[in-house]
Design a protein around this ligand. Structure first.
Ligand code: KG4
Ligand code: ZN
Length: 336
């Protein structure tokens, strides 16, 4: 069985092919030009997806040694994401499926991230605790099997990745903020500034907007519009990063005390963060749980996770019609 996956929810166009359960291509084209605007410009993103999607599909087929006619199942991200960006990949996939008379499946991007650990050699074991941390979402989930996902908590305001991006902007480091904050944090003292971590009692929810505001106040109070010395930038980055990691780990730890799981999976763009990866590994050691963290190419947006999730839906008798529309938000009906 040959599965084609297409991802275009934000600023990465990606095409992947899974042949007989083996990932044979996962091409990712990143729209780096957004950095000069300080964030993703939706209209430019849609146009860039449109330009690259056909060559990328051709390249993926060549890499996997396949013809378009060899594809059995076509999967594409339907949401959440930028509506114009989603429209490009989803409409293209639907058109391809219609013209080739192949099965089409719409995939939820977040579900792609949740199961991205299965792209690794060592797989998660059900039930597992999933911490999905991206630019748009921060979710703690109990995953009982491929078709049974329970949301334990989510952010009530900013996503963790969004907080990284906004703090990076405040420090004049640019977009995307995560990797920039991480590299400055490496040379900083994480104990220098005690940024607050929101504690939403009796819930597994997160909040990052207070932390973000507190970084802003710290900058306004101490530098009043003047340049921040590099060593201070490093200390702020390190202290902020530690606060985010602590907030994420605290809720994951709370969930582990309440739910008996076999594995812990970290996923999403922020899962590329070394401090977070290390903290999740330490958490796994503490609770004696298997920890699965995807390789870097499966942390950020990629089509391998969309093809994988699509195939699992297909195996579980889920079907999509060609009438499916893109959806920008999380689509609450997906998680129980
Ligand atoms: O999953 P993703 O690629 O796209 C969304 O679905 O949102 O996540 C992108 C987010 C951005 O906010 C980016 O700043 C963050 O992931 N990110 C990181 C790191 N690499 C990317 N955050 C912290 N540390 C990193 N190394
Ligand atoms: Zn994502």
């Amino acid at each position: 069985m040959n599965v084609l996956g297409i991802e275009s929810s934000c600023d990465e166009t990606s095409v992947a092919i899974i042949s007989d359960d083996k990932l044979t291509s996962n091409l990712i084209s990143s729209q780096d030009f957004h950095s000069k605007y300080g964030g993703v410009v939706p209209e430019l993103s849609s146009r860039a997806h449109l330009q690259i999607i056909i060559p990328l599909v051709k390249d993926a087929l060549t890499k996997s040694n396949l013809e378009l006619s060899d594809i059995d199942l076509i999967c594409a991200t339907a949401g959440p994401g930028l509506i114009g960006a989603l429209l490009v990949g989803l409409t293209f996939a639907k058109g391809l499926a219609f013209s080739l008379n192949k099965t089409f499946l719409a995939v939820n991007h977040i579900e792609g991230h949740i199961f991205s650990g299965f792209l690794m050699e060592e797989k998660p074991e059900f039930p597992f605790l999933a911490l999905v941390v991206s630019g748009g979402h921060t979710l703690l989930l109990l995953v009982n099997d491929f078709m049974d996902i329970k949301k334990l908590g989510s952010t009530v305001d900013d996503a963790a990745g969004e907080a990284f991006d906004k703090v990076s902007k405040m420090l004049g480091l640019g977009y995307p903020g995560g990797p920039k904050i991480q590299s400055h944090a490496q040379n900083g003292n994480a104990d220098k500034i005690n940024f607050p971590i929101a504690d939403l009692k009796n819930s597994f929810n997160f909040s990052f907007s207070g932390l973000k505001t507190s970084v802003l106040r710290h900058i306004q109070k101490n530098y009043q519009g003047t340049n921040i010395p590099l060593s201070d930038v490093n200390d702020i980055a390190a202290s902020f990063q530690m606060a985010v990691v602590k907030a994420l780990i605290r809720n994951a730890e709370k969930a582990l005390s309440e739910y008996d799981v076999n594995s812990i999976c970290l996923a999403g763009g922020v899962a590329a963060n070394k401090a977070l990866r290390n903290a999740v590994i330490t958490l796994g050691e503490k609770f004696n749980k298997k920890v699965i963290i995807p390789a870097m190419e499966y942390c950020g947006d990629n089509a391998a996770m969309i093809a994988y999730r699509g195939q699992k839906l297909f195996e579980n008798d889920v079907t999509s019609t060609l009438n499916v529309s893109p959806f920008p938000g999380l689509s609450a009906d997906i998680f129980s």
